[in-house]
Write a protein of this length. Structure first.
Length: 223
């Protein structure tokens, strides 16, 4: 499912946050549910580096996402973000968790059909994430008419084929259409989807394609 990609074999590292913004400063209408600040995630505890339940992105990614949200609001929707910039320390937390085969508290909710011993081999966990470059976001659609998330057929961060962006088996026509709507509007405004996660999009013209950042997720990081 390539939750965490390894696109660059010679990455740079940085603790600087210049060039990043709070997403809510750019898109006040966006809804946030920052899962890695909470305990409701596949690890089952707050993830290292998530000091506040906020979303940070590069300025370029945030502006492109604003265009997405503006487009969607004309159609009666808005964006709901689960994760945006993710520090390296968080990815390292995921790796430590994956190596502990006894820590399976959240297996029934996020990976019921996957053996934890295969998370690295099957590509669910990796040592690098494009989220750490600051221009990748995990999100879904929120329906302003119903006041609820739209039904995408599988929850965020669910490890399995049903989460593949163009998966259709077992999905309703509405669920398939919802995924297509999200994908089409994100692509229209310069984001690239991945085949294994309907919620994951990266800005094609990302400003830091070779840099993995490690400052905490906090409003203070971008003051």
């Amino acid at each position: 499912m390539d939750i965490f990609s390894q696109e660059n074999s010679q990455p740079e590292e940085s603790d600087g946050s210049e060039g990043f913004v709070l997403v809510t400063d750019v898109i006040p209408e966006v809804i946030l549910e920052i899962r890695y600040f909470s305990t409701y995630n596949f690890v089952g505890e707050r993830i290292d580096g998530y000091e506040q339940p906020c979303a940070l992105l590069t300025k370029e990614a945030a502006q492109a996402l604003k265009a997405v949200n503006d487009d969607l609001m004309e159609q009666g929707y808005r964006l709901k973000i689960f994760d945006a910039y993710r520090p390296k320390m968080a990815v390292e937390h995921f790796v430590r968790w994956a190596e502990d085969l006894n820590a399976e508290e959240m297996k029934p909710y996020f990976y019921p059909d996957v053996e934890k011993s295969r998370l690295f081999q099957d590509g669910y966990i990796s040592s690098k994430s494009d989220h750490s470059r600051g221009s990748t976001v995990d999100l879904t659609l929120f329906d302003d008419k119903t006041g609820k998330e739209v039904d995408m057929g599988s929850p965020f961060d669910y490890f399995g084929a049903i989460s593949h962006s163009k998966h259709t088996s077992g999905l309703t026509e509405e669920q398939i259409a919802n995924r297509k709507l999200l994908r089409d509007v994100m692509v229209k405004h310069g984001f690239r989807p991945i085949s294994t996660e309907w919620w994951h999009f990266r800005l094609i013209e990302e400003p830091y394609p070779d840099t993995y950042f490690n400052f905490p997720v906090s409003a203070d990081s971008v003051k």
